[in-house]
Design a protein around this ligand. Structure first.
Ligand code: 13P
Ligand code: SF4
Length: 297
């Protein structure tokens, strides 16, 4: 299957991008695996005609925003992000207005329509840089309240929160982390900024998914507890032979990130099914906020 897909991709001048949470067999056929920021940058730079995005819907939309001349495929159109559905453009416009039109920083885990009414985007890898790059001293962040609270601890700006969250990261508890630390006393605890503040307070380091992989590579430590979606255990173990990684909780499993199969990728490439194309009027508006983030990176 790997050979069939890679040959198809070569013939059609397609690039396969996979998020770090994707199933191992999908990561193994990808041209690039990475976090949201790395995948967006790669999508913006590729000379391929087709981008096969193995991730969730907002990621394919971001590629479509950046690359209107390319065909962007999401091999399983059902792969969404529950957090992205926790904000809609009308509610965001109303809140921004109520706050006196302060700038809106929107996490990439959001729809293109929401990005279109935002001032700048951010990811878990660059949220602090984005917040501090703005001239204004008051901002609204959406949709992830945990990411916003994390950023608030690294800036003098006042950050207004939106009440969204990732159901899997938000459910991680300090008790689960304490139990993992007790089971693995020599391990460092790495947390994703989508985790709640009482969990982040226990972290030795707070990182994006690719940030965790790099941190483990340069750290002298040999054992790590991973406070993010369990899919990361595959690429982080592969990149760090001889080191050991333990999930903070086995319950941190995002079903949407596991929806794409090799069969889906093959079918999508063969028939160009699962195309994600952002309507041009929304795309043009959303591009401003995504491009500002990429330029900053
Ligand atoms: P990263 O950008 O850190 O890979 O995170 C994406 C995501 O969906 C986290 O839940
Ligand atoms: Fe969305 Fe959470 Fe899944 Fe990431 S892990 S895609 S934030 S639901």
């Amino acid at each position: 299957m790997k050979d069939v897909i890679q040959e198809l991709a070569r013939r059609k001048n397609a690039i396969i991008l996979a998020h770090n949470y994707q199933p191992s067999e999908i990561q193994n056929i990808a041209d690039l695996c990475g976090d949201s920021l790395e995948l967006s940058i790669r999508a913006a730079q590729t000379s391929a005609d087709i981008i096969v995005f193995c991730g969730v819907h907002f990621m394919a939309e971001t590629a479509s925003i950046l690359c209107p001349d390319k065909t962007v495929l999401l091999p399983n159109p059902d792969a969404g992000c529950p957090m992205a559905d926790m904000v809609d453009p009308a509610a965001l416009i109303a809140r921004k207005k109520a706050l006196g039109n302060i700038p809106v920083i929107t996490y990439v885990n959001s729809s293109a329509a929401v990005k279109a009414v935002s001032d700048i985007c951010c990811t878990s890898a660059n949220v602090i840089d984005v917040v501090n790059a703005l001239a204004e001293d008051e901002v609204l962040m959406t949709p992830d309240r945990n990411l916003a609270q994390y950023a608030a601890g690294h800036t003098d700006k006042k950050i207004h929160l939106w009440d969204g969250f990732c159901p899997f990261h938000n459910n991680l508890t300090p008790e689960e982390v304490a139990a993992a630390k007790q089971a693995h006393p020599k391990a460092l605890f790495m947390a994703h900024p989508e985790c709640p503040p009482d969990v982040l307070a226990l972290a030795d380091t707070i990182q994006s998914t690719s940030g965790m992989i790099r941190y483990a590579q340069i750290s002298p430590h040999r054992e790590f507890i991973i406070g993010t979606e369990v899919g990361l255990l595959y690429p982080i173990s592969k990149a760090n032979p001889g080191k050991r990684f333990f999930p903070a909780s086995e319950k941190m499993l995002c079903k949407d990130m596991k929806k794409i199969s090799l069969e889906d990728v093959k079918n999508s490439l063969e028939t160009l099914s699962g195309e994600v194309r952002v309507p041009e009027d929304i795309r043009k508006k959303a591009l401003g906020s995504v491009q500002k983030m990429i330029d900053l990176a």
